[in-house]
Design a protein around this ligand. Sequence first.
Ligand code: ADP
Length: 993
Amino acid sequence: MKTYRPILFVLSIVLAGVAFFIWSAWKDRLRARDSQQWLSHNNDVIKALDSVQILITSKESAVRGYTITGDYVFIAHLPNYNKIIRSSLEQASRLLADNPQQVVRLQQLRQLLHEKEQFQQLIVHARKVSYDSAMQLTASLKGKNIMDRISVVLEQMKADQQKLLGASIVRNQEAGHQSVQTAIIGALMVLVFIIILLVRLNRDILLRRKAEEELQKSETRYRQFVENAGVITYTADIQGNFTFISQQVKALTGYSPEELLGKHFSVLIPPDWIPKVAEKYRQQFVNRIRETTLIFPIQFKNNGTRWVEQDVILLDKDGRVQGFQCVVKDVTEQELVRQKLQKIEEEQKEYQYRIQAILDNAPLIIYVKDLQGRYLLVNRQFRQIFGLTDEMVIGKTVADIDGKESSTERYIAADRQVIETRKPVELEDVLHLPDGDHHLLTIKFPLFDQDNQLLGVSGFMKDITEMVKSRQDMIAARQKAETAEALQEQFLANMSHEIRTPMNGIIGMTSLLMQTPLQQHQQEYVQMIKQSSDNLLVLINDILDLSKIKAGKISIEKIPFHLEEIIKTLNTAFRIKASEKKLSFSTLLHPAVPHHLTGDPHRLSQILTNLLSNAIKFTEHGYVTLEINVQEQAPRRVVLCFQVSDSGIGIDEKQLPLIFESFSQASSDTTRRFGGTGLGLAITKRLVELQRGSVHVTSKPGVGTTFSISLPFGISTEKEVVHGGEKPAAESHTREDYTGKHVLIVEDNEVNQRVLEYNLQQYNLTVSVVGNGKEAIQWLKKNTTHLVLMDLHMPLMDGFQATDYIRRQLKLTVPIVVLTASVLRNEKQRCLQIGANDYVAKPFAPEELQRCLEKYLLSRKEAVDDQQAVITAEADHPVFDISMLLQINDSKVIGEIYRVFENTVPSGLEELKQLSIKEDWEAVYELAHKLKSSLGIIRVKDLHAKMAAIENNARTQKKLQDVLPMINESIAAYYHVAPMIKMEIDKENVAHR
Ligand code: ADP
C-alpha cells in the first residue's frame, strides 16, 4: 500500500492537470468563438456603413447627371438606391443595437439622409422646371453641406467600429496565446503522466518477466525433481478410477500402469485407510477445493506398505469437474521418522505430565529455575500459596515477580550459593501472605544434566508454620517447666533448710540432755523424744530423697570403695537390731566378689539399709540374711546380686506389684502394726534404677520374702580407694582431746549455735560464735582459729560469699567445713569450688562432726607420731602430690618454693581467666605454659593436665569454648587443695624442726 502512495499522488495531480487543461481549452474555444463573432459583426457593420456611403455617393452622382443632362436615365434607379440604403441602415441598426453611441449616430445619419433626400427631390423638381433653377439650388452648397455632415457621421461610426475591431483582434490574439500556454502545460503533464506510466509498465514487465523466469526455473526444477524422484503422476475420473498413470507406479506399488488403468484407486490403499482417503477427496470434490495434500499408506502388490504424499488438483473444464490430477511421492522415510518423533514427543509429554502430576500432588512447594533465576516450572502448591498463575511466573525471576519482598535478596543469594558451591542450601523464612505469615523451610539444590553440567536450581519449600508454632509452644512450655523446676528446686532447698534446722536443734539438744544426770522417768521421756525425732528425721530424709529423685536432682557418684567395709558396717548395725527382736542375722559375701569397686557406696548403703530394715521390721521369728554374689563378670566390670531374705510375714501376691509405689503398703494395718510411710521401697527401686540395676521380689505370705537387687560396678585397684575418707558412722572413736585448739562457728540459728557449741566443748575445744559471714570476716581479720564451721544460709552475708572472701581477699588457708541443711545437687560441688575443704549435711550425726575434727585438727599430731606414714599417704593423695617437693631435704627451701607457688598460681589463674574472657588466646597460651611449669613441682590433681590442655587449645585455637570452664575448674581445684597443701607443708616444717 505504501509504495502506491506517490503514484496515487502523481496520478491525482495529473488528473487535476488534465481537467484544468480541458477546462481552459474549452474556455479558449469560447473566447475564440466570441472574438470571431465580434470580427464578423464589425465587418458587417462596416460593410453596411460602406454600402450606405457608396449608395449615397452614387445617388449624388445620379442627381448631378440628371441636373446637367436632364436625362431621366440618371434618376431612373433612385427609388432602388433608397430601398438599399434603408435596408443597409436597418441592418446597421440591428447590429449596433447594443452600442448606444452608435445608435445615436445612426439616428443622426437617418436624419441627415432624410434631409439629403428631400433636397435632391427639390433639385430634381427644379430641373424639371429649368436647368438654371436646378443649377442654382446645387450651387447653394446646401447639398454639399448635408453630404459633408453625412460623411463625418459615417466616418465616425466606421472609426468606432474599426476601434472595436482592433480591440477584438488583440483579445483574439491573447486568447490564442493563452490556449498555447495551456496546451504546453497540459502536454507537459501528460508527458509526466506517460513517463510514470511507462516506468511502471516497465517495472511490471520486468517483475513479470522475473516471476516468469522463476516460475520457469521452479517448473524446471520441479520437473527434474519429478523425473528424478520417481514421482508418480496419474489422473482419475470423478469416481476415482485411474484414467492415466505414469510409468513410475511400478517401482512404488509393484503394479504396472496397465494393470491399474480403469481400476478404483482404493485397490492400492489398506482397508482401514480407505474411508478416510475416500472422504478426503469426496470433500474436495463437493467443496470444489482446488488443491489438497494428504499423507497415507499404500499397499505393495506383494504385501508391503509405503507412505506416500499425494497432491490432488481438481481438473475442471468449463466450470465442471472432470476428474483429479494427482502427484504421488514416496515419503516413507520421512513419515517413519515423523511418526517416531511424534511418538517420542507424546511419550515426553506423557512423562512430563506424570512429573507435573507428581509435583502437583506433592505436599511441597516445588519449582525449577534456570541459571539466570527464571522459573521454568512450578507446581500447584506454588501457584496456590503465592496466588500466582503460570503466566505470571514462568520465564520470570523472583525480582520480576516481587522485588519489594525483603526476602528476595536472600533467595537470590541462596540461588547463587547453590550455583557456586553445587551443593544444597537450606533456609528458613517468613513470608507475609494475604492469609497471614507463613514459615517456609526451603531446600535449594542444583540440577545437573547427563553430562553433569549444571542445568539450574530446583527448590522444595515446606510450609512449616504449624511446626514452628508447635516448636515455639514447646519452647514456651519448656521455659515454663524450667521455671517451675527452678521454683521446685528452690522450694526444696528452703523446705529442707526450714525443717532440718529445727530438727538439728531438737536432736542435738536431746543428745546433750541425755548426757546430763537425769531421773529415771526423765530419761525415759528423753529417750522417747530421741526416738520420735530420729523417726521424724528418717521420714524427712525419705521425702526429700524422693523429691530429689523425682526432680532428677540426685546424681550417682562413681568413686572407689571397699564393699567389705560397707557390709561390715551394716552387719554391726543390724546384728544389734536383729538381736533386739531375737532374730538371727547373717551376711554372706561370696569369695568371688571383688572387694575394690567403683560406684556409689552411699546409695548402696542406703538401699541395703532400707531392705534390711524392712526385713527386720516385718519378721517376728526366724532369720534375716544378706547374701552377695557375682552375677556377671568382665575384666573391669562386675554385676553383683544382693539378696535380702527373711522368714517374716510375707507379701500377698496381689500386693507385690504395688509395694514399689510411693506411700503404698501391703496392707492397711501395716502402719498400725509396723509404722512406716511406704516410701522406702519406692526410693530403693528408683535408686537401683538410677544405677542401671534392677529389683526383684519373691514372697509367700507367712513364709518369708526375698528381695534381689542387681547392680553393676566398676572394679578398682586397691590403690584408688580412699581410705578413711568415708569412715562409717557406726565406727565410734574414742574421744580425742583437742586442748589448745580453737573452732569458729558461723551460724545464725541460735539453737544450732548452742548445739554446736556444746558438742565442741565436749572435745575441750575453745569456741567462738558469730552470727553471719560478715561477722566471721571481721572476727578472722583480728583473730586466728584452727577450723571454721560455716553455715551456708545466713542473713547479711551467706556462707558462700564468706568462704570466697576468706580465700580470695583475706587469703587465709584455714580449713573451712561447710554445714548445710540444703539438699541441692550441686551445693557440695559449689562449696568445694569456692574453697571450702569439706561438707557436712545438717542435721549432722555427732560422728560426722567428730570425723571432721579428726581430719582437720589432728593431722599434725599424727604427722609427728608417724612421719613416714604421713609422707607415704600424702604421696598417694588423690587430690594433690607434693612428693617431688618433699624430696628436697631443706624445709626452708620447701617453704620458699611453696610461697612462690602461693603467690603466683592463684593470681596467675585469675589473670588467665581475664585473658580468656578477652579472648586473647596468644597471652592465654603463654600464661598457661608458665603456670604449667609452676604446677610441675607441687602437683594439684588435674591442674597440671588442665593447664596443658588450656595451653594446647589456646595455641591451636581449637575447642576454645572449653578454655574458660577449664580455668574455672582449675581455680576451684586450687582453692580446694591449697589449705591442705599448706597444712602438709606446715607439718613438714614441724617435722624438720
Ligand atoms: P514402709 O516400710 O515404710 O511401709 P516400704 O516402701 O519400705 O514402706 O514398704 C512398702 C510395703 O511393702 C510395706 O509397708 C510392707 O507392706 C511391704 N514390705 C516391704 N518389705 C517387706 C518384707 N521384707 N516383708 C513383708 N512385707 C514387706
